[in-house]
Design a protein around this ligand. Structure first.
Ligand SMILES: [Zn+2]
Length: 431
């Protein structure tokens, strides 16, 4: 006896009594397959109180988008019974096993959507799935909230606090990573000290203990220092390489800009060119590593290095600081790093370039924490890797880049959440 097509799909969809596929309609012109699912029996168990053999009150027509069946868009339809229970007196709709309540997608379709959104920009995932971006954003938010709610942050000891912005220079988001587990723990709008307090509260809510956080790696903002002082009082602070070098680059840029404003003639004379392009090459050459210089940048930097410009001195100071960091990375010796940084500071203090004198004061005030950050490459490397992932998350939210969406997609991709739905196409053996 051959198995009927309805019975075949009943088992392919993983349905069990009282649910059965009663009809299958394939429309090749519309590239669509529709499954009619029936709920058998005139009496059923009450979903509210579990009383057995309660009468079906009525049935409500519902439809769900399912995973494509070959090239056909697949839909499930069902007249879902409502049970009028004599014991608890409630009239309750039966939950269906293939979808969570109130959604028009099956659970398998949602799991595929989520898997795609981890790899692709959400707009692109929506295109592949032929659904609206908005529908995907809603589901990302739902599953991320659900998964985060049961996530444990117990034993977190080393965190990195960082800021990122959705648009250049605005819409700041504070992100907190677990530097040991290499995952995103927390993200919130703003970059004031309250964000660190909110992180500590969230850590507690997930079974972690702020008093157990021993080490915080962050930038030099006064707000984060205040927040860490209040909420993570046991933690030692260190400032990572990435931020300190960024500050040196900013100081160098300031020197160059000021010199261009005050003494453009001297700069043009030193470069032997009146060309705007050459000045652009100089700007990029100064910012970039020498190994990444284009031919035009090599040329501009050659003239700069043979000049007596302030910009030349600023560039040497920046490069020297990079050297101090590079050396610390290879010798990994705290005392040596202290000596080298001290030497750089005394040069920077005497350099007669205001932005570098200011930077030297900033570093001197936080000397111990800066040196700790020099020999801690675990966090240094991680902060840079995370920055790359955050940029990808921003690209994934393109067109819908609100703080809420960005935070949700960052959690989805960077938090290593353990309770997200499994990819529906993972091989049966691998589950
Ligand atoms: Zn009941």
């Amino acid at each position: 006896m051959s198995v009927g097509v309805e019975a075949l799909f009943t088992s392919a969809l993983g349905l069990q009594l009282p649910w059965v596929v009663e009809d299958v309609k394939l429309d090749t012109a519309k590239r669509r397959i529709d499954f009619e699912i029936g709920c058998q029996g005139s009496t059923l168990t009450c979903p509210a109180c579990s009383a057995v053999a309660q009468p079906v009150h009525d049935r409500l027509r519902r439809s769900w988008r399912h995973l494509d069946f070959f090239q056909f868009e697949a839909w499930l339809h069902c007249d879902v019974p409502r049970i009028a229970c004599a014991r608890c007196g409630k009239t309750t709709q039966l939950p269906v096993p293939w979808a969570r309540p109130g959604t028009g997608f099956t659970a398998a379709f949602e799991a595929l959507a989520l898997a795609l959104c981890r790899e692709l920009p959400v707009r692109q995932a929506a295109g592949l799935l032929r659904c609206a971006d908005k529908q995907l954003w809603r589901r990302i938010a739902f599953y991320v909230d659900q998964a985060r709610a049961v996530e444990s942050f117990a034993g977190v000891q080393t965190v990195g606090i960082d800021e990122t912005s959705l648009r250049r220079g605005q819409n700041y988001i504070t992100v907190v990573h677990d530097l040991d587990a290499k995952r995103l723990l927390f993200a919130t709008e703003g970059r004031d000290h309250q964000t660190v307090l909110d992180f500590a509260a969230d850590l507690k809510a997930h079974g972690g203990d702020p008093a157990e956080v021993r080490h915080v790696c962050m930038d030099m903002s006064a707000a984060y220092a205040k927040g860490a002082g209040l909420a993570l009082a046991q933690a030692q602070i260190s400032y990572d390489r990435f931020h300190v070098i960024a500050m040196a680059n900013e100081a160098m840029d300031q020197v160059r800009r000021t010199e261009m404003q005050d003494d453009a003639a001297a700069v043009r004379y030193a470069l032997g060119s009146n060309d705007r392009k050459t000045l652009k090459q100089l700007m990029w050459g100064m910012r970039r590593n020498p190994s990444g210089w284009s031919r035009a940048q090599v040329n501009a930097m050659h003239w700069l290095q043979h000049s007596t410009l302030k910009s030349a001195r600023a560039w040497r100071l920046k490069m020297a600081l990079r050297e101090v960091y590079a050396a610390a990375r290879s010798h990994n010796n705290f005392e040596q790093a202290q000596t080298d940084l001290q030497a750089w500071l005394s040069w920077a203090r005497r350099c007669r370039l205001e932005p570098f004198k200011k930077l030297a004061t900033t570093i001197k005030d936080r000397f111990g924490a800066v040196v700790r950050g020099m020999t801690d490459h675990r966090s240094n490397a991680f902060v840079e890797a995370m920055n790359g992932l955050l940029q990808q998350a921003k690209r994934a939210a393109r067109g819908f880049r609100t703080a809420t969406n960005f935070i949700a997609i960052a959690y989805l991709r960077m938090s290593k959440l353990k309770h997200l739905p499994a990819h529906p196409f993972s091989p049966a053996g691998a589950r």
